[in-house]
Design a protein. Structure first.
Ligand SMILES: Nc1ncnc2c1ncn2[C@@H]1O[C@H](COP(=O)(O)OP(=O)(O)OP(=O)(O)O)[C@@H](O)[C@H]1O
Ligand SMILES: [Mg+2]
Length: 503
């Protein structure tokens, strides 16, 4: 079969970091080709070369046999190459139709016509979204649909999805996979990047594994097992994804939340966590779990309800109050809440707790700080040029590792993790699980939000399931099945997201 895209000997460095060291990659028309590799392996960088965002130092990019020499993303788009970034690149204050046909806006004759064409494109993907809706008001899933429709309007022959499901609910991920299958049937070549190997095995035809800026192998999906792919990525096999179980004995109650509400979405949520316990918060994306923990942390104002820490009622009005009370929150959105991107990695990782590292003159003891960070960086397999580089220079998954390092370092009696392994590669996941377990074994109270059910089953002593801002049930280890969890998590059919009118 003829190749739609051929990348040969691609090299790209950033300062001293050799992100791509002679990568070969080929994509056929009508295939879904998964691109796998540990955090920092070079996947996104390779796709930025293909998409015209980076000009490579060496190597050739061929599209349908020609060598186009892209200088910008719009060059690439004009040759039919569209990248659906994880961080959405839409204009949030424009409407759906305006975003899809952005390049045509200067010459628009009929807005009615534009809206009709937008609606048709979205319909063809099996969704109903009003073309006049403002994009900033849409759910992440719908924003992604708009991005795809935009690519289709430009007649994309190649579509790259860089971790598209990291922010989607289970149902939305399935719908996206439906769209990808439609695209494949139309002859579009799809490149699919994900750390969720189960979905990679469901959707892809071929798999290319990258390691340290080079391509290791390209295989047919049907020729390999998940474990083979992990070995290619990590260089070792992962027998138990959840690592050794450390013995834990629950102690006294540390956190008690009674009927917490925000006067809107979050309605009367109660739970307790004891020292040494790991309690899970399950549910679908959008169930209100993040909003709830942000109330506990004082990042949002509670309307009613009480919070007790070690049996004493506490008023938490701000994250500062929360930290004083011994609560740490590892947020879901590292870009907005977790990192100062311009600051060095080293500073980001120690920011939450400077005091033990500061001597009596207030200077940070550099050697001590460096050591603390280096130990964590090694455990989490952080891939960075130097710990003095800005956090912005790290790959997506490595930024997440720095956010985690910050809180593993800071400690606190109560630790809340919101989607701790989002975008993190399989190798580092096992380390994160064992770090969370050892925090609990040291006697801390841990609360974990995750949309990956296996992650909750592997980590938690019990799981509170949320739906639409309320707890709908609590599962103990004997009830850990996908079915039971989903039953509690699912919206009743009458109010499923697609039948709601999108505003
Ligand atoms: N703009 C940049 N400046 C400096 N270094 C960079 C830049 N972009 C990428 N890098 C480095 O290049 C390497 C490859 O990064 P890339 O983002 O391609 O990894 P990835 O495979 O997409 O990882 P992830 O799974 O975490 O998203 C990393 O070491 C990263 O730190
Ligand atoms: Mg990436």
């Amino acid at each position: 079969m003829e190749n739609l895209v051929e990348l040969t000997g691609i090299r790209k460095s950033f300062g001293g970091v050799h992100a791509l060291q002679g990568v070969d990659f080929a994509l056929r028309a009508g295939e879904v080709h998964a691109l796998l590799g540990e955090n920092g392996a070079g996947k996104s960088t390779l796709m930025r070369v293909l998409g015209g965002e980076h000009v490579p130092e060496a190597g050739t990019v061929k599209v349908a046999g020609e060598e186009p020499h892209f200088r910008s993303p719009s060059d690439a788009l004009s040759k039919g190459i569209a990248i659906i970034h994880q961080e959405m690149a839409l204009a949030t204050d424009l409407t759906v139709a305006e975003n899809i046909f952005l390049s045509e806006i200067p010459s628009v004759i009929s807005w009615k016509d534009l809206n009709r064409r937008a609606a048709e494109l979205i319909d063809s993907l099996g969704f109903t979204i009003k073309p006049g809706a403002v994009v900033g008001d849409l759910s992440v899933a719908h924003q992604q649909v708009v991005e795809i429709a935009k690519a289709l309007s430009r007649h994309a022959r190649v579509m790259v999805f860089d971790e598209p499901t990291a922010v989607l609910s289970v149902q939305d991920a399935e719908r996206l996979h439906g769209i990808i299958r439609t695209l494949r049937a139309r002859g579009v070549g799809v490149i699919y990047i994900s750390h969720r190997l189960d979905e990679v095995f469901q959707i892809s035809d071929r798999i290319t594994v990258m390691k340290d800026g080079a391509s290791v192998a390209t295989v047919d999906r049907s020729d390999v097992e998940v474990d083979d792919v992990i070995r290619m990525m990590v260089g070792r096999s992962l027998k138990a994804l959840f690592g050794e179980d450390v013995a834990r004995t629950p102690g006294d109650e540390v956190l008690r939340v009674e009927s917490l509400s925000d006067g809107g979405r979050i309605r009367g949520v109660s739970l307790t966590v004891r020292a040494g316990e790991i309690v899970g918060l399950g549910g679908l994306v959008g169930a209100g779990r993040t909003e709830f923990v942000r109330l506990v942390f004082g990042a949002e104002r509670a309307h009613s309800g009480r919070v007790f820490i070690r049996g004493k009622e506490r008023t938490i009005r701000s994250p500062g109050d929360a930290v004083k009370a011994g609560i740490g929150l590892v947020p879901e959105n590292r870009k907005e809440q977790g990192l100062v991107l311009d600051f060095p990695i080293r500073v980001n990782a120690t920011m939450a707790k400077l005091s033990p590292l500061v001597n009596r003159f207030g200077f940070v003891r550099r050697a001590r700080e460096r050591m603390a960070v280096e130990v964590l960086a090694k455990r989490l397999r952080l891939k960075a040029g130097s710990l003095n580089d800005p956090a912005s220079s790290l790959s997506g998954g490595n930024q997440q590792k720095v956010v985690l390092a910050k809180w593993f370092h800071a400690g606190g009696d109560i630790l809340i993790f919101d989607e701790p392994t989002r975008g993190v590669d399989v190798g580092a996941k096992t380390e994160i699980y064992s770090l969370i377990k050892s925090l609990a074994a040291e006697g801390r109270a841990v609360l974990v939000i995750s949309s990956e059910h296996l992650e909750l089953f592997g980590l938690c002593d019990r799981i509170h399931v949320m739906r639409e801002g309320e707890i709908t049930g609590v599962l103990g280890p004997e009830d850990y099945t996908e079915e039971k969890l989903l039953k509690l998590a699912m919206v009743s059919p009458a109010a499923s997201p697609e039948t709601l009118v999108v505003n």
